[in-house]
Write a new protein. Structure first.
Length: 256
């Protein structure tokens, strides 16, 4: 079944807070029996359970520690240790440097990582980090978001999906996305800032990144509150000639 080779399910894509019908950023990426929860924004743990139990997830990958991408790690911790879920081992958690300490301070109100590390086996990302998760190859590159932040390329069976995380257009993202079958790219900004550091894509930027990377298709996500998904798709399509879709909550995409 070709649809099984690499599949993206959108758990949520809202920013910077969940709407009534759209959680914040979160995705389920699967290939065969391997499943990775990519970003854990507010509300995504609830939607994850439509597809998989938390203890059936092979790994969690977090792009950066803004709450709209990571807040549900806090409730996932309670789920993993203090409820009906029985982990056979801590869930592998890939995230920015310092993620274990940040979780520990919030969850234990001290710097003690125990029992946080009973829930999560933490692997800190660095630029060029590569991991094998079941049938998936997961490659992370540092991107430009004003805090430690990463984009990811997930590959299986010759298919490839690249997710920008949150970032301004940058060479590392374009390189990571080279020739990918699908680019899941943020399009947060209605316009680039007139002054100060750019830390997001506009829809036009997303289209340009897809063109530069020669992506097979573009899926715009993380569309800000001053744009509609339809506007974001139309504006990205003015730059990128391939298929452009919006990462609507609940949508699934077979990659490649
Ligand atoms: Zn962010």
């Amino acid at each position: 079944m070709t649809g099984d080779l690499l599949r993206l399910t959108v758990l949520g894509s809202a920013t910077p807070y969940a709407s009534m019908d759209n959680p914040c950023s979160g995705y389920l990426v699967s290939s065969g029996s391997t499943r990775v929860w990519v970003d854990a924004g507010s509300g995504t743990l609830a939607q994850l359970q439509r597809h998989v139990r938390l203890d059936e997830v092979d790994a969690i990958w977090i792009s950066h520690l803004h709450a709209d991408h990571s807040a549900d790690l806090l409730t996932a911790y309670y789920a993993a240790l203090f409820a009906d879920i029985r982990l056979t081992a801590p869930i592998p958690l890939y995230g920015p440097p310092g993620i274990a300490d940040r979780l520990a301070h919030f969850l234990t109100n001290t710097s003690a990582r125990s029992p946080v590390e009973s829930a999560f086996a933490v692997h800190e990302l660095r630029d060029g980090h590569r991991a094998r998760v079941g049938g998936l190859t997961v490659t992370s590159r540092a991107v430009a978001h004003g805090i430690p932040a990463f984009a990811v390329r997930i590959e299986a069976e010759g298919r490839s999906l690249v997710y920008s995380g949150d970032t301004a257009p940058c060479a590392n993202l374009t390189r990571l996305a080279k020739g990918c079958d699908a680019l899941l790219c943020e399009a947060e900004s209605a316009q680039a800032p007139a002054q100060g550091e750019q830390v997001h894509h506009t829809p036009e930027d997303a289209g340009d990144t897809a063109v530069a990377a020669r992506a097979g298709r573009l899926i715009v996500t993380h569309v800000g509150r001053f744009l509609t998904p339809e506007q974001a798709v139309a504006r990205a399509s003015a730059r990128f000639g391939g298929p452009v879709d919006h990462a609507a909550p609940g949508a699934t995409f077979s990659i490649g």
